[in-house]
Design a protein around this ligand. Sequence first.
Ligand code: PEP
Length: 255
Amino acid sequence: MRKKLIVANWKMNFTVPEALKYLAAFRREMQVGYPECEIVICPPFTTLFAFDEAIEGTPLKLGAQNMHWEETGAFTGEISPQFLKDLNVNYVLLGHSERRHIFGETDIMVNKKLSMALQQKLNPIVCVGETDAEHKEGKTFEVVERQIKKALDGQMRSDLENLSWAYEPVWAIGTGKNATPEQAQEVSQWMRRLIAKIFDTPTSEKMRILYGGSVSDEKARGFLDQPDIDGLLVGGASLDPKKFAGIILATETTQ
Ligand code: PEP
């Protein structure tokens, strides 16, 4: 049984004082009790240190929104996996569509980042998904297949235990448009079958596949009820403590 994973991607939002204020409000919302799921918050890098201290005693885990593929070196402005581990970061988002489409991250860069994250025992969440144009041209499976195969190229099956995926159709990110739960299930099931073909069924059955793209507290349950959707990657709605708490609580009532 795969444990549900709910991830907040704060993107470029919240200073340290704002993040601490958010946490106080979020803890009040969660006074009803935390369900049996994993909850990861990915704040900006500048907030990780303070947030790590602040979440002590809560079940919250810390994630990063990106990292570099080398351990150290002349890479001005980059963040190494070592820096993340130093701050008790457990999870790292890789290949988010904003990294791919705004900052030109390629499949090869995502592959190198994944190798390093696996080697460093950071739990990577690799984001995949088609753009609006690709969606309209019926290229969803082709694009997602390429992104998955390139990310997995050269990775060792024995290292993949802590790898998760996020299926995030680019046309649904921050747009208020969602894939339907059925569409997201179709792609997630197909991703699991593809991974089973590349490696094997037990490996694919262990991997968590999240859906992301304008998830709200009202819509969360529809996605979480799908057999191949093991959690959610949440951007906009995760910035509101009440809405994010609502999404987490929706895991309680799902299969
Ligand atoms: C995201 O940034 O990964 C995301 C899914 O954003 P939003 O929920 O705002 O669409």
